[in-house]
Design a protein around this ligand. Structure first.
Ligand SMILES: [Zn+2]
Ligand SMILES: [Zn+2]
Length: 243
C-alpha cells in the first residue's frame, strides 16, 4: 500500500462514522460504506414510495395521495421528502446527531438522500440548498447546527450550492415538541428573516433534521417567497408515521 491510498483510507475513516448510525456499535469495514450495521440495516424503515404527496410521510394505505393532516391543512411549501421514519433506533440516532456531536452522520444521510431523491431534485430543477437556520446564540452554545451539517453534506453529494446566509433565525424558539400545532405556529411567527432583498434562486431545497408539523418549512417558505423565490421544496432526515 502506498502513502496515497493510506491517506484515502484514513480520510474515509474520519468522514464516515466508525459506529453504526442506529445502534452505535462498532462497524465492520464492509458496513462503513452504508453507515448502518448488518443487524440494523433491515430494521431501518425508509419513508419510501408509498408516501404523502405533500409532506412525504409514509402512508399505510397506498391508494391515498395525502396523509390525514395534509388533506386538511394548506401548506405553503411545494413538497417535502424524508429519508427515514422517525422511530426506534432512528430516534436515538437523531438525538446523537443533534446533541452528541455525531456530525459524521450527515454524510450517511446525504448519501442515502441522493440515492433516493437525486432524480426528484433534478426533475424539480432545484438550484440551491438552504438549511433551516438556528438562533445564533443557541448555535454557539451547541457548537453546530445539525440541519446545516446535513445540508453541507447534501450540497457536496449533489453539487448544488449551499446557501446558508439567506435566512436568519431572529428568536430563540421554545422547544417545539412541547407545543401543540397552534402554539407552534405562534412560536414561529416572524422567527425568520431574509438577509437579502432579492433571493437569486427561484427553486430551492430547505433542509432540516425532523419534519413534525411542517410549520417551520411553511414559515421559511413565506419568507423566501417575499424575496422572489418561486418554488420551495423540503428535505428532512426523518419524518413520523401518519395515517
Ligand atoms: Zn446497528
Ligand atoms: Zn402529508
Amino acid at each position: 500500500m502506498n502513502t496515497y491510498t493510506r491517506i484515502i483510507d484514513l480520510a474515509l475513516g474520519i468522514l464516515y462514522p466508525k459506529r453504526c448510525v442506529a445502534c452505535d456499535k462498532v462497524l465492520l469495514k464492509i458496513e462503513k460504506e452504508v453507515g448502518f450495521c448488518r443487524h440494523c440495516q433491515p430494521k431501518i424503515r425508509l419513508a419510501g414510495d408509498t408516501a404523502c404527496m405533500k409532506c412525504g410521510a409514509p402512508l399505510t394505505d397506498s391508494r391515498k395521495e395525502y396523509c390525514s393532516t395534509c388533506s386538511k391543512i394548506h401548506h405553503y411549501y411545494n413538497q417535502n421528502k424524508a429519508i427515514y421514519v422517525y422511530e426506534n433506533e432512528m430516534r436515538n440516532a437523531m438525538y446523537r446527531f443533534k446533541y452528541s456531536n455525531k456530525r459524521c452522520y450527515g454524510k450517511v444521510f446525504a448519501a442515502h438522500a441522493a440515492k433516493m431523491y437525486g432524480g426528484w431534485i433534478k426533475k424539480n430543477k432545484i438550484e440551491a440548498i438552504i438549511p433551516v437556520p438556528m438562533y445564533k446564540k443557541k448555535e454557539k452554545r451547541r457548537g453546530y447546527n445539525q440541519a446545516e451539517v446535513f445540508a453541507k453534506a447534501l450540497s457536496k453529494e449533489t453539487g448544488l450550492p449551499l446557501a446558508n446566509k439567506i435566512i436568519r433565525r431572529d428568536s430563540d424558539t421554545v422547544v417545539m415538541k412541547q407545543l401543540n400545532g397552534l402554539k407552534r405556529k405562534k412560536n414561529l411567527l416572524n422567527a425568520f428573516s431574509l438577509q437579502e432583498n432579492v433571493v437569486q434562486f427561484r427553486k430551492v431545497l430547505i433542509v432540516d433534521d425532523i419534519y413534525t408539523t411542517g410549520t417551520t418549512l411553511d414559515e421559511v417558505t413565506k419568507v423566501l417567497k417575499k424575496g422572489g423565490t418561486k418554488e420551495v421544496f423540503g428535505m428532512t432526515v426523518c419524518i413520523g408515521q401518519v395515517q
